[in-house]
Design a protein around this ligand. Structure first.
Ligand code: SIN
Ligand code: CO
Length: 396
């Protein structure tokens, strides 16, 4: 729909690789920003037009925001989508930035932007966001809790960054944007089409467009410890029998009825701690990671094929890709368990081989299949995934 004529991105064109992944991880990942001049060939991405982005705002599956501010970059406002095109047109006046989150969940082609980052685990990947700004506009100085790669697609953006992660950030009151008060950039970069800026969590950054600008963010996710613990405890309590209570059949007379005995405290603590083990942690955690973001959109098998059609499709060089809004993972210690959109399937060994390949590369073709009688079972399995809407035929 949006990208290029042939609707595809050649990952080799995103030359993130003149940076070696191991070197990047060692020196920059979660540690310090990196500006990559000419990190990709913008032409390879075809054209993402401002007008096409504005078309997308009516999609309820997208989380969209419009940030506007005055000329002096002092007073910011946010309006939340979904917008109608009319509302957007009347709201986008002066200095404005349209932010569209979750593009990878509506258009398979956008999930291709994760491909050059294949050296990072998929479960850390969050979403693809695009920002479209008018000349002189930006979303204000802020920091994120997540790693992000900012790919400059069109126009220019001047970035100001902090030299270190923020320890005690002071935020501007009253705006729903977590803007930093009194931010003074310590480094600056001007991003032109093809440039990539990597920003680790907690580093302040402020981008201001010069001319109309389009920036694409490849965003990562990291579970918040507090949220994780809450969900874990919820999952544990969901499994517990509410007819089980504290019992003390061995109770003996006490001379200190006002005292709480250490034995009672220990018993309670030990019982609670051991009840945490009543939940299979690994299974719960991976299942949770695989929950789809958007339940409403979750998976419909629009493009089913019979097993024999699928066999022909693959033999003719066709490939299958992970469907957008589908999360699929396998566990190192139990690869025969397929975790897809919070469901678990127990796989046969030939299915496991295919599933592992699919999870790692989000794409599968005839050359990935067994070259013997097992292939039939693999195609049958792929037809099942296709029917469930977890994968779909690649469009290129
Ligand atoms: C932008 O694209 O201007 C904002 C992206 C960000 O700061 O994370
Ligand atoms: Co940011």
């Amino acid at each position: 729909l949006l990208i290029g004529e042939e609707n595809t991105i050649d990952p080799a064109m995103l030359r993130l690789y003149h940076l070696k992944p191991d070197e990047f991880l060692q020196k920059h990942w979660q540690k310090k920003p990196l500006f990559i001049k000419a990190g990709f060939t913008p032409d390879a991405l075809g054209q993402i037009e401002a007008a096409d982005l504005c078309e997308l705002v009516e999609d309820p599956a997208l989380y969209s925001r419009l940030v506007t501010h005055d000329r002096s970059l002092k007073s910011y406002k946010v309006a939340l989508g979904p917008f109608t095109k009319r509302r957007l047109k009347s709201a986008a006046k002066g200095k404005w930035t349209l932010l569209l989150n979750g593009l990878d969940r509506i258009e398979p082609v956008f999930q291709e932007f994760f491909r050059p980052f294949g050296f990072l685990p998929h479960w850390r990947k969050d979403d693809i966001m695009v920002s479209l700004s008018s000349d002189g506009a930006g979303v204000g100085p802020h920091f994120d809790e997540y790693d992000v790669f900012l790919l400059q697609l069109a126009g220019k953006k001047r970035w100001g960054l902090s030299a270190a992660p923020l320890e005690n950030p002071k935020l501007v009151d009253g705006v729903d944007l977590r803007l930093l008060a009194g931010f003074k950039p310590e480094t600056e970069h001007v991003a032109e089409p093809g440039d990539i800026l990597y920003v680790p969590p907690k580093f302040a950054h402020h981008g201001v467009a010069s001319g109309e600008s389009i920036t694409l963010s490849v965003g990562f996710r990291a579970p918040q410890w507090k949220g994780l613990l809450t969900s874990w405890v919820d999952a544990v309590t969901g499994k517990l029998d509410d007819k089980r209570f504290y019992t003390d059949p061995q109770l003996t007379p006490t001379a200190h009825p006002g005292r709480i005995d250490k034995d009672a405290i220990n018993l309670i603590k030990q019982t609670l701690l051991s009840s945490l083990n009543e939940l299979d942690f690994d299974d719960w955690f991976v299942r949770m990671l695989s929950e789809p973001v958007d339940e409403v959109q979750a998976v419909t098998g629009k493009k089913t094929m019979s097993e024999s059609k699928l066999q022909q499709f693959l033999e003719a060089g066709g490939e299958l890709v992970k469907a957008p809004n589908c999360r699929m993972y396998y566990r190192e210690d139990a690869p025969h368990l397929a975790y897809i959109n919070a469901q678990v399937m127990n796989l046969e060994s030939e299915e496991t081989a295919v599933f592992v390949r699919l999870c790692d590369s989000w794409r599968i073709g005839a050359s990935d299949l067994a070259q013997n009688s097992k292939q039939l079972l693999q195609v049958k399995f792929l037809a099942k995934l296709l029917k469930a809407g977890f994968i779909e035929p690649a469009e290129d």
